[in-house]
Design a protein around this ligand. Structure first.
Ligand code: NAD
Length: 360
């Protein structure tokens, strides 16, 4: 059977790591028709938008995509294409496994946790107003009416919507995953002591869902304490469920527990569509040099193969990555640096992919 997959190479290191990923997937023998679509700053001139309608149409038709990272201008410029894709297809669950691998260069050796990040709400909703905007004055009026402490007149405002339905969807995804995969515990991460309305609703809803899944242990932690706990003893965590922004930050923290951003895969899952991508960004500092670590993208492809019903090929890829890293002879600069303090003798992105292919 041939699978159709939309491939969005992205920018920065995206084209290099997606090329490595594609070669590894093809070497498993699984038959895939890749529908390559471009998005990001590079298509702005041609289409007048970083996310052309043709990309949305392709993802909508095929239902499965894998992408490289796409750069988002900081502070000004167009909104994130990555966030726009998650909103366009209601990809409400961002699933990010963090698993120690022998030879991954990390200080930790026993990390095995999975992050469930709500992917569509929270401060990522894109409801933002610059200082001086009429909406800021209108909000000041509402705050006054409510008898709350006024904010400064020259404030910018970002709004944080968190819904019961959105919280329930991500909580159910986390608990159902825990049951299906024999996990022991779900930890809800929040700041409900301060944001009693938004994070309070998130926590209450996750608690409710927890009570419907009595075979899975449940606890909650305030996000700052959770970060400290993760760094001190990651083995104390199993499945984590978080609102969008904490999920973003804690994902990178957890990537750091398993060898860095080059190691952390991910999936954005919705009801009718799934888009797979590494946790990391476009890494402009190392783009175009054939030095990026494609492991995160390759492991994202393994998640995609599982989603496509190709569990055997997925496991083949995971085993080949494990064997390549455990052997340690052909590893990228980030891993070599973590292991030896120097990048001397590091392999390039494509040479590392060749080593993974040789281990399939
Ligand atoms: P980043 O993840 O791109 O890079 C952070 C650090 O990690 C850099 O030093 C980088 O070299 C290193 N790194 C990242 N991936 C690596 C890999 N595969 N191999 C080796 N080293 C790797 O984060 P950033 O610099 O904050 O963001 C750069 C751009 O990416 C921004 O425009 C941001 O908005 C965007 N971004 C996109 C996505 C996405 O497409 N889903 C996700 C996060 C950030």
């Amino acid at each position: 059977m041939t699978h159709d997959v939309v491939l969005i190479p992205g920018d920065g290191i995206g084209p290099e790591i997606t090329e490595a990923m594609r070669r590894v997937v093809e070497a498993t023998g699984v038959s895939i028709t890749w529908h390559v679509e471009q998005a990001g700053a590079g298509v702005m001139d041609e289409y007048g938008t970083p996310l052309p309608q043709r990309v949305l149409d392709a993802v909508s038709k095929v239902g499965v995509a894998i992408k490289g990272p796409i750069t988002t201008p900081i502070g000004t410029g167009f909104r994130s294409v990555n966030v726009a894709l998650r909103h366009a297809f209601n990809l409400y669950a961002c699933v990010r496994p963090c698993l120690s691998l022998p030879g991954d260069g990390s200080r930790y050796h026993d990390v095995d946790l999975v992050i469930f990040r709500e992917n569509t709400e929270d401060l990522y909703a894109g409801i933002e107003f610059d200082p001086g905007a009429p909406e800021v004055a209108a909000l000041a009026g509402l705050v006054d009416q409510a008898g709350l402490r006024p904010f400064r007149a020259d404030s910018a405002i970002s709004i944080k919507p968190i819904s019961e339905a959105g919280s329930r969807a991500i909580a159910e995804a986390a608990f159902e995953y825990a049951e299906r995969c024999g996990r022991r515990k779900v930890t809800a991460v929040h700041k409900a002591n301060i944001m009693k309305a938004t994070d309070g609703l998130f926590l209450r809803t996750v608690r409710e869902v927890a009570s419907e899944h009595p075979s899975i242990a449940f606890e909650d932690k305030i996000v700052d304490a959770a970060c400290m706990g993760l760094v001190q003893d990651p083995s104390d965590f199993d499945v984590l469920v978080l609102p969008n922004l904490y999920g973003d930050i804690v994902s990178d923290l957890c990537a750091g527990l398993v060898g860095g951003l080059g190691m952390a895969p991910g999936a954005n899952i919705g009801t009718s569509c799934a888009i797979f991508e590494a946790t990391h960004g476009s890494a402009p500092d190392i783009a175009g040099q054939d030095i990026a670590n494609p492991t995160a993208e390759i492991l994202s492809a393994a998640m995609m193969l599982e989603h496509l019903g190709e569990a055997e090929a997925a496991e083949q890829i995971r085993a080949a990555v494990r064997a390549t890293l455990a052997e340690g002879a052909v590893v990228t600069a980030d891993v070599r640096r973590a292991l030896t303090g120097s990048t001397e003798g590091a392999a390039g992105t494509q040479a590392y992919a060749d080593a993974v292919i040789a281990h399939l």
